[in-house]
Design a protein around this ligand. Structure first.
Ligand code: SF4
Length: 293
């Protein structure tokens, strides 16, 4: 059965070469280059720096909601800041050990991997600075209070994606939080490491989450509200929940169209799939750039 996800769709739009490395290569045993396959498998493990920082934050916010905090006091903020910093230090030490030991199976981020051991200090300072900016924005924004004051009868957090079947395809969905309201409505919240101006097709992604609620929770689309929260540190709109979403019919049509394009691409030959492209903005933060430039 074919798997479709928004992450695959975005990679396909961003760069065919990246899409090939990430999603097709392991199925093409005849690509005839075992050392390339090995390098791709190792680079695929690298984390995006922005997503890593966001995940530290995300886990804390989810815990706040899960443990039924109804308000966020200064003490609570202090505890949270401490835990965010601890999680950052713990992860960073792990990444640094991977770099120092040249361990291809260890955890690391794209920026650290490419900057190398000699830049660890600089990257530690800049990433910690970004995390602190994020925390300051979080502490002064009304977002957390509005999230904590939501009325709900049950809540689910998605540490890993769930899926639903549509037209012989498995569609993956991974919103961050889903709240079921006492009035029978559903509120879906997703956190983004980017700003809304980044051309992220957020309405499409929210449309997929609404389909998920329809298929898996039997909640009709008109009773689903979706909220995107943008965490980009330099974005004026960071932490503002913005509700918008694509209608179900349009989302399904778009999924079918992109699934067909991906299928056609995967059926073509390796050489046709990955002609060397020109350097683009996406290359700067791409895990595979050593294979291209
Ligand atoms: S480095 Fe650039 S061209 Fe190469 S896979 Fe990444 S985004 Fe594509």
């Amino acid at each position: 059965m074919k798997i479709w996800s928004f992450a695959r769709h975005r990679a396909f739009r961003r760069c065919r070469r990246e899409y090939f490395f990430r999603y097709c290569m392991q199925h093409q045993q005849d690509c005839g280059n075992p050392s390339l396959s090995e390098r791709v498998a190792s680079l695929k493990r690298l984390k995006s720096d922005e997503n890593w920082l966001l995940s530290i934050f995300r886990n804390e916010i989810i815990d706040l909601v899960k443990f039924g905090q109804k308000d966020i006091s200064l003490d609570r903020l202090g505890d949270m800041e401490y835990r965010v910093n601890s999680a950052f230090s713990r992860d960073f030490s792990r990444f640094a050990a991977t770099l120092r030991n040249c361990d291809p199976s260890g955890d690391c981020t794209v920026a650290l991997h490419y900057a190398g051991v000699e830049s660890l200090q600089t990257l530690h300072a800049s990433h910690l600075g970004a995390l602190r900016t994020l925390f300051a924005k979080f502490a002064e924004s009304p977002f957390c209070h509005s999230l904590l004051s939501l009325e709900y009868t049950s809540m689910r957090d998605f540490r890993s994606p769930d899926s639903f079947i549509w037209e012989n395809m498995e569609l993956l969905a991974a919103p961050d939080l889903i709240f079921s309201s006492p009035d029978g409505c559903v509120k879906i919240v997703s956190f983004n490491a980017y700003s809304p101006e980044c051309g992220g097709e957020w309405d499409f992604r929210n449309g997929i989450y609404a389909l998920y609620a329809w298929q898996k929770m039997k909640t009709p689309p008109e009773r689903v509200n979706t909220f995107s929260v943008f965490f980009r540190a330099d974005s004026e709109l960071a932490l503002l929940p913005l509700p918008y979403r694509m209608p179900p019919g349009e989302s399904l049509e778009k999924i079918a169209g992109t699934a067909k394009a991906m299928q056609d691409f995967e059926n073509s030959t390796v050489e046709a799939c990955i002609p060397k492209p020109s350097l683009c903005q996406a290359c700067i933060s791409c895990a595979f750039r050593t294979l291209c430039w």
